[in-house]
Design a protein around this ligand. Sequence first.
Ligand SMILES: [Zn+2]
Length: 290
Amino acid sequence: MCKTSTSNYSAGPEDITRVRNLTTNATTGCCTYTYRKSGRFGSTGKIQQLKADGATPNGQNDSPWTGEVVIASDCDKGTVTVSHNVKAVNKTSDTTSYPDTVAVTDADLTTKVAKIPPAIERAWNSRAYKLKITDNKCGERLFEVKFVVRMVDSRPHYTINFVNVAGMGTSNDVAGVTSGRSYILPPDRGKFNLGDSRSASDDGDECLEPHEFGHMIGLKDEYLDIPHDRGGVKYEFPDKTTETVAVNGELMGSMSNKTPQPTRYCVTIAYAAIALLEANGHTVTDCVIL
Ligand SMILES: [Zn+2]
């Protein structure tokens, strides 16, 4: 039973509509505000990847990334909404670039990639991250963090080439380009493999895309990779505390966990929220991830 090939990527989630309406309707007083930025978020330099020795920085910081962040506050509470528009490009027939790829029709690709945004949202909203931010205008305020992902045809934050390679493929080049490896190329591109058994696109175990989404908000891999001389990451939080993590079983530390649980995975969002507030005249004196 085939579904029709008609895709409607233009309809936005009501969450996005709601926060955009808040911008229009915002009033002064009671610390009511909505600030929005859609576009490039730069590296904070507060995340340092470590060499395979697990101790020495290897020169790789958190990556610049693209997306939309809306920070909104009313009299009672705040929200930070992180949204990503993703465009899928069908490269499953491009055997010149990707020798092992097996063709998937555009209609089938549409059906498969439609499963990816809900998988990422399930994973990244399961932890219910919160930011406790203190600033000079509003004092201490708790913000609920929500992640929204949608597939679009135009004006994407990320453009992803989709290939369909069984497993890791037979041509596992060092850079992973011709292999079945999925990756993000900061700040706004990537390659995802439909044929990876961990992909949500084929009702897999949904580990792949939530991990890659971590890179779409600037996070670095925490796993040991001797050829690329990396093995662990050091984080500096907005309150100046630090955490150094070695190879581990969490979402960015392996590909076997499908939900981001550690506090540190929200740190690039914390810095983005702070930057957005400070760009709008607030001075942030504290920010704690809960
Ligand atoms: Zn990775």
